[in-house]
Each structure stands twice: as structure tokens, then as C-alpha cells.
Design a protein around this ligand. Structure first.
Ligand SMILES: [Zn+2]
Length: 258
């Protein structure tokens, strides 16, 4: 991932609230298209210009060829706040985040995220590296908002269950572990849509924790079709189960893998 700085120059007198609305609207549109990652974008005021720092999946993520229609509209709206289109400066590689997958068609891919990952939740099944969302056709309504929103909520559930310190833990676990949860239904539909658009088999990662014993965990069946799905060797040390019919991957509960 790469850190960039966007410089917005004012061409006439404007107000802070107009600038705030225009810049944050643009950053939200970029985020919903996978062109910037994370949720917080500090805006620094200079002398007649504003600076915003953001993390992008690739050096050229903010190139106009990657813009969604919503991003284009937000760029036009900058004029209403008397701002010019931003100049983008590449500051360098972000040492804390993963590189993006190469721009080649993977043999399979997976919707996989955790609460510590800010990168794209769509990953190459070959390398497990994140695939920038803007590389694919818009998932719905012109961009990838549905995928980004699903990821944000999945991560919130993951963070609650990892902290394990409140009564919401059980409900959060249900959302990320069970095939009758809202998170599963939405995410599994999204993976179907992505598979349809990319023509690449696309899987959904179902989180697993708890369980009685390693033997019982290994005997687990696909929760959707009740078929055999245990792999001889785990993929990427994470996915021990894979159902090709239902397009679901899962892990053996970490509690029994010591
Ligand atoms: Zn199945």
C-alpha cells in the first residue's frame, strides 16, 4: 500500500464548512470505490490550500481511469466549494500494510477480512494478497460501496468478539460464524455478484472458533450443504475447509490447533 497526499487549492474565497463537505464527500466516494483505504482522513489547512493524507492500494489508485461515476461527480462538486481538482503526491510505501495482488486473473478468490486489515476484503486465492476493488466492474450501483460496507460491519463484529468483554460478543460471533446470519447472507450474495462479474470462482470465508476437540472439528461438515469439505492440507495456513459447491472456506477452530 502507498501513502499519498492530496492538495486542494482554493481559487476564491470559501468557507470551512463548504470545504469540509466537498473534501470529505470526495474521500468517501474514493473509499467506496476501493481507491483509498481506512476511514479517517486528516485534513490539514495551509495558506489557501488543504492537504489530505490517505493510504491507497497501488501507486496509481487515484488515476482517473479508476474513478467511479460517484467520484467524478464529487470532483465536479469541488468547484462549488471554490476548490481545484486535487494534485496527488506519492509520499511512499506504507510499511505497515500489505502489497496488492498482481494484476492477473487469479484461479480463485475469496472475501476475507479481519478487524486488523484495512485493505480490500477481496483476495487472490493463489497468493491471498488483496485485490483492489476498483480493478473489477462496479459491484452494484456504480461502485463497491456494498462490499466496503459489508467489510466495515464484519470487522466491527470481529473486533467485538476478539475483545470478548461485553454481552454483544455472542451476537457478534453469530454474525461471522453462522450461515443464517445477516452478515453471511449479505456477504455470500456479494461474493456471488463478484463471481458473476469477474468470471472467477469466488468464495466466502466463514470464521470458526470454539468447538470440543480437534477430532470433532475435523469432522465438521459444510454448514450449507452438509457435504464433505475438509482439505488434506490447509490453504495459506488459514483455510482447512473448502466447499466448491457452496463456495465457502473456513478454518479449524484455532482453539484446537496448538
Ligand atoms: Zn457446501
Amino acid at each position: 500500500m502507498f501513502v499519498v497526499e492530496l492538495e486542494f487549492e482554493c481559487f476564491d474565497n470559501t468557507t470551512i464548512s463548504a470545504v469540509d463537505k466537498a473534501i470529505n464527500g470526495l474521500m468517501e466516494a474514493l473509499r467506496y470505490n476501493g481507491q483509498v483505504l481506512g476511514r479517517e482522513f486528516p485534513v490539514v489547512m495551509g495558506e489557501g490550500e488543504f492537504f489530505v493524507r490517505a493510504v491507497c492500494p497501488e501507486k496509481e489508485s487515484l488515476h482517473p481511469r479508476n474513478h467511479s461515476d460517484f467520484v467524478k461527480v464529487c470532483l465536479e462538486r469541488l468547484t462549488d466549494a471554490c476548490l481545484l481538482a486535487p494534485k496527488v503526491r506519492l509520499l511512499g510505501r506504507d510499511m505497515n500494510s500489505e502489497q496488492a495482488a498482481d494484476d492477473v486473473q487469479p484461479s480463485w478468490q475469496v472475501l476475507y477480512t479481519t478487524y486488523v486489515h484495512t485493505c480490500s476484503p477481496l483476495r487472490s486465492g493463489d497468493t491471498l494478497l488483496p485485490i483492489p476493488l476498483y480493478r473489477n466492474e462496479p459491484t452494484f450501483n456504480g461502485d463497491h460501496k456494498a462490499v466496503v460496507k459489508w467489510q466495515t460491519e464484519w470487522q466491527a463484529c470481529d473486533e467485538i468478539q476478539m475483545a470478548g468483554s461485553c454481552k454483544a460478543e455472542h451476537a457478534a460471533l453469530h454474525e461471522i460464524c453462522d450461515v443464517d446470519s445477516d452478515m453471511f447472507i449479505r456477504g455470500w450474495d456479494l461474493r456471488g455478484r463478484i463471481e458473476y462479474l469477474t468470471k472467477v470462482p469466488t468464495y466466502y470465508y466463514l470464521y470458526r472458533v470454539g468447538g470440543i476437540s480437534l477430532a470433532q472439528e475435523q469432522a465438521r461438515r459444510c454448514p450449507k450443504c452438509n457435504g464433505e469439505w475438509l482439505l488434506e492440507e490447509p490453504l495459506h495456513d488459514i483455510f482447512h475447509f473448502k466447499c466448491d459447491q457452496c463456495r465457502i472456506v473456513s478454518n479449524i477452530s484455532w482453539d484446537h490447533l496448538k
